[in-house]
Ligand binder design. Structure first.
Ligand SMILES: Cc1ncc(C[n+]2csc(CCOP(=O)(O)OP(=O)(O)O)c2C)c(N)n1
Ligand SMILES: [Mg+2]
Length: 658
């Protein structure tokens, strides 16, 4: 008997039920409901070669509904991704397995992005589709011509980030992006209608998508819809009406069937209903063979692509970009900029210095793609090298993301994951709260994206406490793998940009000032001092009695306090701390030497104290903020909140007397 699409879909169902049942946790509802649609996608439309999971011109598949991970793991196993053995399927959700609860990028070959927090996947996929268009504009369809496919559920589309993502994709007319909506009308709490009566098809249409509604459990309809999607001149959404736990006999359509809810007895009934007689974790040969054949389908296209790449004059550049290597001369213009600043120190806002650094970098690093969430003029992210990225000519390198911080951050993750581009973007530091969930996924995945976040303290002034970050630096420094840079002047800003670009497995934050600040570095250094994370900027006259630690604009405050103290014969040194995470990576002797052993240690930062103990000790002094800010010119705010050289000097004297 020939193998039918239903037989193949039932293989996904059997594996998903078995794995969730063995783990006694997980989610089989969605894998069962979407098995038919996923089978159509992975056997008819998706361009991939299971033997080469990293082939650059493969289609990207994003399981935005990451809780349905067994759907993806089943597909990877059945199509023959080497790492996804049956032993891994049996070890679903266990320590060290390739089958964690939610798909994790970098952990499991074939997983294109980490998903689980609902809505992130679809927003990340938008970035993948953007990067594909950018690369295609550079290298042409011979080398870059692939699609991005997403499966998203009710939950993903309820999340606010989906709104940002859908409208961005619609505005950019990303025709190679298709979302399969698992329209099963069920979430965890029960029927989706307890919380949702909107019409997703109308919503996508309103965002300029092509939309089609089908029966997602009818494989012929799905196949036709996939072919339809590939003909559209805009992003497409296929609303797949499905039944959760499809195939599970009496439990089919259970409004509480989202998670682990099929036990031995139910599975026996389900398998009997679908005529599945193989033992658990076993795929009948004929069905396994059909799936393997689907996994090899893309082999010929891959080999043809490899032949084209071999002949292409752009081959070396393309391969460099895919590896993520920077151009050899990436930092030549930046070094000249630093030399100029060292020769002629100047005062300015660090956001302006960032703009200057970006002029140098975007000229030398063509894969940098910038943008802003509608704050271009404030963030200084647009350079003369970055034309606007837009339909129909995607060769530009500047994205107008609109007022969509969360969608922007997620899109940047997707761009970096796609590869070939290095995304950076801008907003105000205070709105890191809006994008935090995407920043976190980026940190978890270890992708090189750079978040320019200006207006980094009360120093932004008149916009007042709603816009003034207080706890944000501490909150961002708490996140593993994230590099939080807060440079003090033009040279440090350039150095921080260099460090951020060189750390290819970390996202970075550039916290930058709105207000002018003096040059604190007056001479050329023989190396990138900021790359040490913290360094002694100003020595003490004589034995240091006081060590001052500061970042960003407060470094100048610390230097002024040092002058006051030196006038009184009190030896004072100043340590600039532009990136705590990089300081952590220095050896112990460097760290101890930099912190020093003076009797009085004081930190100065226009944010909360949390974390500064590491430099000043539990009993150290702190000059900063312990409440929200206020609306006034910035110099008045610094005085009112007592973040001044005098206040630092007073505290130092008091501590020396104590
Ligand atoms: C941001 C976020 N909030 C909450 C959850 C917890 N959660 C996981 S799945 C789910 C319901 C999802 O419903 P749907 O997308 O319709 O999936 P289905 O039940 O159809 O499989 C929820 C609330 C999550 N993973 N991410
Ligand atoms: Mg649902």
């Amino acid at each position: 008997m020939p193998v039918s699409p239903l037989d193949m879909a039932n293989a996904i169902r059997a594996l998903s039920m078995d794995a969730v049942n063995k783990a006694k946790s997980g989610h089989q509802g969605m894998p069962l409901g979407m098995a038919d649609a996923a089978t159509a996608l992975w056997t008819k439309a998706l361009k991939y070669d299971a033997a080469h999971p990293d082939w650059p011109d493969r289609d990207r598949f994003v399981l935005s509904a990451g809780h349905g991970s067994m759907l993806l793991y089943s597909l990877l196993h059945l199509t023959g991704f080497k790492a996804m053995t049956m032993a891994e399927i049996e070890a679903f959700r266990q320590w060290g397995s390739k089958t964690p609860g939610h798909p994790e990028y970098g952990h499991t070959p074939g997983v294109e992005t980490t998903t689980g927090p609902l809505g992130q996947g679809i927003a990340t996929a938008v970035g993948m589709a953007m990067a594909e268009r950018s690369m295609a504009a550079r290298f042409g369809p011979e080398l870059v011509d692939h699609r991005t496919w997403v499966i998203a559920g009710d939950g993903c589309l309820m999340e606010g980030i989906s709104h940002e993502a859908i409208h961005l994709a619609g505005r950019l007319k990303l025709a190679k992006l298709t979302v399969l909506f698992d329209n099963n009308d069920v979430t965890i709490d029960g029927l989706a209608t307890i919380a949702e009566t909107g019409d997703q098809t109308m919503r996508f249409r309103a965002a300029s998508w092509a939309v089609k509604a089908i029966d997602g459990n009818d494989s012929a309809q799905v196949r036709r819809a996939l072919a339809w999607a590939m003909r559209q001149d805009r992003p497409s959404m296929i609303s797949c009406k499905t039944i959760i736990d499809k195939g599970a006999g009496p439990k089919e359509g259970d409004p509480h069937g989202h998670g682990y809810s099929l036990f031995d007895k139910d599975i026996a009934v389900a398998k009997a209903t679908m005529g599945w007689t193989a033992p658990p974790f076993t795929i009948p040969d004929e069905i396994a063979k059909a799936w393997r054949a689907a996994g090899h389908r893309g082999g010929r296209a891959r080999r043809a692509w490899e032949a084209r790449l071999k002949e292409s004059p752009a081959r070396a550049e393309f391969e460099r970009l895919v590896r993520g290597d920077l151009p050899n001369d990436a930092f030549v213009a930046l070094a000249a900029h630093i030399d100029k600043l060292a020769a002629e120190p100047a005062d300015n806002a660090t956001r302006v210095w960032s703009g200057a650094a970006l002029e140098a970098l975007t000229g030398a690093v063509p894969e940098m793609i910038g943008g802003s969430a509608d704050l271009t003029g404030s963030n200084n992210t647009l350079t003369k090298n970055t034309a606007v990225y837009d339909y129909p000519d995607y060769s530009g390198r500047y994205v107008h993301y609109g007022v969509r911080e969360h969608g922007m951050a997620a899109a940047m993750n997707g761009m970096a994951l796609h590869g070939g581009v290095i995304p950076y973007s801008g907003t105000f530091l205070c709105f890191a709260d809006y994008s935090r969930a995407a920043i976190r996924i980026g940190a978890l995945m270890g992708v090189r994206v750079i978040h320019v976040m200006t207006h980094d303290s009360i120093g932004l002034g008149e916009d007042g406490p709603t816009h003034q970050p207080i706890e944000h630096l501490a909150a961002l420094r708490a996140m593993p793998h994230l590099l939080v840079f807060r440079p003090a002047d033009g040279i440090e800003t350039a150095e921080c940009w260099e460090a951020a670009l060189k750390h290819r497995e970390n996202p970075s934050i550039m916290a930058l000032s709105r207000q002018k600040t003096p040059a604190v570095r007056q001479a050329a250094a023989d190396r990138n001092l900021s790359a040490h994370g913290a360094y002694e900027l100003a020595l003490s006259n004589g034995t240091p009695q006081v060590s001052l630690f500061a970042s960003g604009t407060e470094v100048a405050v610390a230097l002024a306090a040092r002058e006051l103290l030196h006038a009184e014969g009190i030896g004072t040194r100043v340590v600039s701390t532009p990136c705590w995470e990089l300081f952590d990576q220095q050896d112990l002797s460097y760290r101890l030497e930099t912190i020093g052993a003076s009797p009085v240690r004081i930190a100065v930062e226009a944010g909360v104290r949390q974390g500064w103990e590491r430099f000043v000790g539990e009993d150290g002094g702190f000059i900063g903020m312990d409440r929200f800010g206020a609306s006034a010119p910035y110099d008045r705010l610094y005085r009112e909140f007592n973040i001044t050289a005098e206040a630092v000097a007073d505290l130092a004297r008091a501590r020396l007397r104590a």
